[in-house]
Design a protein around this ligand. Structure first.
Ligand code: GTP
Ligand code: MG
Length: 138
């Protein structure tokens, strides 16, 4: 089965929404097989989002990701990458389908409550960024 990296972003941990968000993943059949609450430094956020470094919002994005605790987790299930992105909804909450995490909880395109890997290869890299093999228990 496939695995993907999920991050519950600082806007959501601040509003005490981690349980409500994870209920959505579990209801969709995704299993949380690794999980930790951490605080990223700006430097770590820049490393994680390095693919976006030329984008105009890079500074805002990385400052935001370092602005409070995040919950990083590995979700497992059939088609986990795509399924996670379906449950998350579109990047901009204004475009997110009803019932999705971003439709229900996101505050703006920047403070949009969750991150999810965009492809299986990216998922492998992003999981390795945060977790060792021993920390993932399927
Ligand atoms: P992630 O799962 O977080 O990667 O979101 P995504 O794949 O739906 O979006 P994308 O990879 O294109 O952008 C990464 C993140 O950058 C988004 O989740 C937003 O938090 C942020 N972002 C994207 N567009 C904007 C923008 O126009 N303004 C700001 N401030 N942030 C943005
Ligand atoms: Mg992305």
């Amino acid at each position: 089965t496939e695995r993907t990296l999920s991050i519950i972003k600082p806007d959501a941990t601040r509003r005490n929404l981690t349980g409500k968000i994870n209920a959505k993943f579990e209801e969709a059949g995704l299993r949380i097989v690794a999980q930790k609450r951490i605080r990223l430094s700006v430097d770590q956020a820049q490393q994680f989002y390095a693919v976006h470094k030329e984008r105009p919002f890079f500074g805002e994005l990385t400052e935001f990701m370092a602005s409070g605790p995040v919950v990083v987790q590995v979700l497992e299930g059939e088609g986990a990458v795509q399924k996670n992105r379906q449950v998350m909804g579109a990047t901009n909450p204004k475009d997110a389908a009803p019932g999705t995490i971003r439709a229900e909880f996101a505050e703006s395109v920047g403070e949009n409550s969750v991150h999810g890997s965009d492809a299986p290869e990216t998922a492998r890299e992003e999981i390795a960024f945060f977790f060792s093999g021993l920390e993932i228990v399927g």
